[in-house]
Structures are given as structure tokens and as C-alpha cells.
Design a protein around this ligand. Structure first.
Ligand code: NOJ
Length: 518
């Protein structure tokens, strides 16, 4: 395990929308470099940047046309090398987004694979052997290429599945995982990883990590075996490089060689705890009152029931991480007020695993209702330009407003970094304080022990070594203390009275056990 992960505090950047340095209306790599001091000041020490490689952008870059080339709209490979170097000089690591499961339908490998004559790329994708033959339950496309077959898709039509083989071979056109063509696919992806790692990249967030091998078993054993091979390569050649899976099941992902995994945006205890699950596909906000962080919200039972087995079952192998949201989720602010978001962030920065914050959540950026852009659909509303300061395009770009990649939040009270930096009571200031608190206390680091103290009801309380965290979304909640404690941090109305921690309103208390003689 790379030793820096224990103190890692991640920040996810959607490069289209972070900072436009050249006035063309879309964010770019030099723009990210310009904002590194802001990120360092916030306490962030690791980035995850969404795909920034050459692409037709039919799925915001998750359709890669050239794995080794930065998309011209973001800059050049030299700009990326400079970003690595500038980030490192500030103690910030950079993870890129690896999309190993599929390429763009415009990738040269794929165009070659569709030719009628056999060639070295014929086995690089999942092709059947007859023009009317379906792909054994996988979504497929036919009739587009001279080759007599159909090809399997992973997600959108623009994303043909790369061939890592079939765990159970049932059809003549399916190849086993150890077929030379499948091994060559894996080798090609490992070369892509080496290419960026050699330039200074610190690791990868891996897209759809669980689904490389087809007809896999319930544990994804075939796919796990592939990633364990990748991990052996990293351990031998790049021991400080980190791998975080988009898997959502840490017991599988970490046994499969990943250092970290995080919750997906499907219906699970975490999405129900933090946001309104019901409306996530459509951008609806009804049901928002059910979030735990609301005064009238749900209890913590469903979250613990979901989280604890995943945590317990994976904690010795790596990190199960919590996210504030990402480019696939609705924004937290769609469901929570900035005050309620503070309670959420108190949890995010005191729980085990490495915390991931999605750009803009630190100021409470809103979810906007927008027409789809680059395959975003409902996700588009969470991908709008970062709001740096009041004024033109909220400081994101000097392009005319109509030339922006996506519009900025038009609300007169759209939150901005500049305003919140001046305000000690702002959400941004709160996030900065929570990150500082985490980094100051090793008991709050990613891999340090964790034990829940309340199993049900409206008070969330847990212990991290000698530190006790209590989060109360409503008044009238209390916790019996098991010894002498002193406050490290408080927010809202809370106090210690005759051995009880009490809340007279929504609040957070972080306390440290007072040892006798100390
Ligand atoms: C997951 C990514 O996070 C999402 O944005 C993308 O559309 C799909 N994988 C397909 O690559």
C-alpha cells in the first residue's frame, strides 16, 4: 500500500469545468495548475482528474480515442507533465482516470478490428462470428463494419468492449482469459499505465473496474485475477502508485488488488444516508427530507447495515472510501442546505477510508437543470463550471457566456470561493477546518481503527482510537460518555454535562479522551 494513502485527502476535478485559462469556454490543464494553491490551502493533497485524453466526447471523455494523448481542448502532454510537477512541488498527488473496459468507436484499434481481413487487432474487442449473431446477452451492434460479426458494448453505443476474455466460454467466438489476444489487451493497458506513471502520474481511478472479463462469476473472479496481475506490476515497478476502483464492493475490489474502492451511485445505504436516492436518475428532489442530515430525516440503521459488513470485510486489505458525490451523481446540495452539508462533511472527514470531495461541493454548488451535454443526461446538472468569484462567468472563463461548455449557476446567490474565503462561518471554511482536523490527528487517518457507538436512531457516533465523533442532525439528542473527554472541535449547540454529551440543535462534536495524568 502506498504510504501516502493513509493521509490522503482527495479532490475530484471534472476538467471541462474547473478553470479555463485561455478563454475558449472550456476548462484546461493550465487552468488546474493556476488553482493548485487554492487546493493546497484547502488541505487537499491528492487529485482525481476525469478522463482528459483525446476523444470524440460522446461520453464526456469515457470514450478514449488515443490513450497516450491529452485532448487538445485541455492542452498538451507537456501541460500534463507540468501539472504533475507543479502538483508534486506542493505535496499534491495526481490520479488520472483509466478507462480499460472500452474505447471510443473511433479508436484505431477498433477501426482495425472491424475490417473483413484478419489483422493483429481482430481479437482486441469482443466480436461474434456471424453478422446476425448476438453477443450472448451483452448489448451489441451489427451492420456497421465489413467484418462478418457483431460487437459487444459496455455502456453507450460509442463504447465497444475490449476483449479480456470470457470466464466461462460458451460460444465458439468467445475466448478464454488466457488466450493470447486477451493477454495482449491486458498488456496494452499496462503499457498505457506505464506511459503516464513514467511521466509523473501517481495512479489511477479505474472506470467500471469490475466488468472487464465477460461471463464472470458472482465474485468477478476473472476480472479480479486480471487486476491482481496489474497490482503485482505496480508493486514491483511503481510501489507508490495508487489504484482506486469504481466497483462499489470493497470485499471484491480490494481482494482483486485495488488499494481503494468507493460507493457507487446505485441504491445503497450510503446514497440513502446522504442524498435522495429516489430522484437521482431524473434530478428530482422530492423525498429530500429523508436524508439523515435533515432535521426530520431517517436514522442511521440502514447505513450501518450496509457499510459495516463492507468495511469489516475489507479493512485489512485496503480502504473503503466515502465520496461527497461525483460526475455521475446529483450534487449533495440538491438535497441538503449548506448548514446540513456541514454535518455531512463532518462525517466525510472523520470516517475511515480516504475522503473524496467533488469539485464545487466545498462551496455548496447547486445541481442545475440543463439539457444533456456530451452524454451527460441527468448528470449534466452536476458538471457546471466552478464558481470562483462574483462577476463574469463567476470567474471560470473570460469567454462570452454563450460560448461556455456549460452555463454557470445564474442564481443571484450562487455561492463562490472568493466570498466564502472571506467568511469564517462559510461552508468552505468549515471544510478547510475539517480537513485540517483530520490531518492533525493520526487517529482520523484513512486506515486508523473505527468503531460505531450508536447503531440506530438519529445520533451518529463513532470512535476512532481516542477520538470520539458525534453528529446530530436535530435537537434533543444525547450520548452517555464512557470517561473523561475534552472537545477538539464543536459546531452547533452541544455541551458536556454530568457525563452526557448533549445537543440542543443540529451539531457536531469531536472529542478526545483525557488520559489520567495527561
Ligand atoms: C463510469 C463513469 O464514471 C461514467 O461517467 C461513464 O459514463 C461510464 N463509467 C462509462 O465509462
Amino acid at each position: 500500500m502506498p504510504d501516502w494513502l493513509d493521509q490522503a485527502v482527495f479532490y475530484e476535478i471534472y476538467p471541462q469545468s474547473f478553470c479555463d485559462s485561455n478563454g475558449d469556454g472550456i476548462g484546461d490543464l493550465p487552468g488546474i495548475v493556476e488553482k493548485l494553491d487554492y487546493l493546497k490551502d484547502l488541505g487537499v493533497n491528492a487529485l482525481w482528474i476525469n478522463p482528459c485524453f483525446d476523444s470524440p466526447f460522446k461520453d464526456a471523455g469515457y470514450d478514449v480515442r488515443d490513450y497516450r494523448k491529452i485532448a487538445p481542448r485541455y492542452g498538451t502532454n507537456q501541460d500534463m507533465a507540468r501539472l504533475f510537477q507543479q502538483a508534486h512541488s506542493r505535496g499534491i498527488r495526481v490520479l488520472l482516470d483509466l478507462v480499460p473496459g472500452h474505447t471510443s468507436e473511433e479508436h484505431p484499434w477498433f477501426l482495425m478490428s472491424g475490417q473483413a481481413e484478419e489483422n493483429p487487432y481482430w481479437g482486441r474487442y469482443v466480436w461474434t462470428d456471424f453478422c446476425f449473431q448476438g453477443a450472448d446477452g451483452l448489448p451489441f451492434v451489427g451492420g456497421e463494419f465489413p467484418r462478418n460479426g457483431t460487437y459487444a458494448l459496455n455502456f453507450f453505443k460509442c463504447q465497444p468492449a475490449l476483449n479480456y476474455g470470457f470466464y466461462q466460454v460458451r460460444q465458439p467466438w468467445q475466448k478464454p482469459v488466457d488466450h493470447p489476444d486477451c493477454l495482449a489487451t491486458g498488456q496494452a493497458i499496462r503499457e498505457v499505465m506505464r506511459f503516464w506513471l513514467d511521466m509523473g502520474c501517481d495512479g489511477f481511478r479505474v472506470d467500471m473496474a469490475a466488468s472487464l472479463v465477460k461471463n464472470d462469476d458472482a465474485q468477478h473472479s476473472g476480472t479480479q485475477a486480471f487486476w491482481r496481475g496489474v497490482r503485482r506490476m505496480l508493486d514491483a515497478e511503481y510501489p507508490q502508485a495508487a489504484l482506486v476502483a469504481e466497483w462499489g464492493e470493497p470485499r471484491q475490489a480490494l481482494a482483486g488488488g485495488f488499494h481503494m474502492d468507493f460507493y457507487l451511485n446505485d441504491e445503497n445505504g450510503y446514497t440513502r444516508l446522504a442524498r435522495n436516492y429516489q430522484g437521482w436518475r431524473e434530478g428530482r428532489v422530492e423525498g429530500q427530507d429523508r436524508s439523515f442530515f435533515k432535521a426530520g430525516g431517517c436514522g442511521i440503521e440502514a447505513f450501518w447495515e450496509d457499510y459495516l459488513p463492507r468495511y469489516q470485510g475489507s479493512k485489512d486489505q485496503g480502504l473503503f472510501c466515502l465520496i461527497s458525490g461525483n460526475h455521475d451523481t446529483m450534487r449533495l446540495r440538491a438535497n441538503l442546505t449548506p448548514e446540513e452539508m456541514k454535518l455531512f462533511f463532518a462525517m466525510l472527514y472523520t470516517m475511515p477510508g480516504a475522503p473524496f470531495l467533488y469539485y464545487g461541493d466545498e462551496i455548496g454548488m447547486r445541481y442545475l437543470r440543463l439539457p444533456t451535454k456530451e452524454g451527460g443526461y441527468f448528470r449534466t446538472g452536476s458538471r457546471t463550471p466552478m464558481q470562483w468569484a462574483p462577476g463574469e462567468n463567476l470567474g471560470f472563463s473570460q469567454a462570452p457566456a454563450q460560448a461556455l461548455y456549460l452555463p454557470v449557476d445564474p442564481a443571484p446567490d450562487a455561492p463562490t470561493v472568493a466570498e466564502q474565503q472571506e467568511d469564517g462561518g462559510s461552508l468552505l471554511s468549515f471544510v478547510r477546518q475539517m480537513i485540517a482536523l483530520r490531518l492533525e490527528h493520526p487517529a482520523l487517518w484513512s486506515g486508523a481503527p473505527f468503531e460505531p457507538l450508536t447503531r440506530e436512531g438519529r445520533l451518529m457516533a463513532y470512535r476512532r482510537g481516542d477520538i470520539l465523533v458525534a453528529i446530530a442532525p436535530a435537537a434533543g439528542l444525547r450520548l452517555k460518555m464512557d470517561g473523561a473527554y475534552a472537545f477538539l472541535f464543536t459546531y452547533g449547540e452541544c455541551g458536556l454535562e454530568s457525563g452526557w454529551l448533549t445537543f440542543d440543535g443540529p451539531g457536531v462534536a469531536v472529542l478526545e479522551r483525557v488520559r489520567q495524568g495527561s
